[in-house]
Design a protein around this ligand. Structure first.
Ligand code: HEC
Length: 155
């Protein structure tokens, strides 16, 4: 059952990767699809942290890897000219302060990398505690970037 949950999560991540590839022509849809993966991986982690589902090192590692890949790839989908359109929630501040935005993405990349190490291969006997600690830092990186660089849907 555990294995099934982890592989179902992995397959949905793969499917999302394909969606992203197909949406490559549309940067807004692509970055939103990537952020949706981020949301899914974070929710899966939160459920383990809260004890709603049992901690599973493999699932935790997959979630951290999904976040890490998303942090690296999402920044490629904010080209000039994609400030407006669709139902983007990207703030114009991104293009005024690209350095700050990239630094915020870097923080997510780094914290998720720490997360991968904490739970890697289920070898760490303290994985569950370490994972909880990393998760607190992780949520701060979401909030930090959203506060500065994400706005309500444009009307
Ligand atoms: C580097 C900045 C940055 C970081 C870090 C970041 N986000 Fe986002 N997020 C954004 C931006 C910008 C958007 C809006 C994208 C758009 O609409 O064009 C967004 C949108 C979203 C969405 C909505 C996607 C949709 O359109 O359906 C979710 C969910 C989300 N983020 C979750 C998270 C979570 C959870 C984390 C932390 C693990 C996180 N984000 C970290 C910048 C960031």
């Amino acid at each position: 059952m555990k294995k099934f949950a982890a592989s179902a999560f992995f397959i949905s991540t793969l499917a999302l990767g394909m969606t992203v590839a197909m949406a490559a022509e549309d940067p807004i849809a692509s970055r939103q699809a990537i952020m949706k993966t981020v949301g899914t991986a974070t929710k899966a982690s939160a459920q383990m942290i809260k004890g709603q589902v049992p901690f599973d090192a493999i699932k935790a590692e997959l979630a951290m890897r999904a976040l890490n890949a998303a942090a690296i790839s999402v920044v490629k989908f904010f080209p000039k000219g994609s400030e407006k359109g669709g139902d983007t929630q990207a703030s114009p501040k991104i293009w005024q302060d690209m350095k700050g935005f990239l630094a915020a993405a870097k923080r997510l990349e780094q914290v998720s990398a720490v997360g991968i190490e904490a739970v890697k291969g289920g070898e760490n006997p303290f994985a569950e505690d370490d994972f909880k600690e990393v998760f607190n830092d992780l949520v701060k990186t979401c909030k930090g970037c959203h506060q500065d660089y994400r706005i309500e849907k444009q009307k």
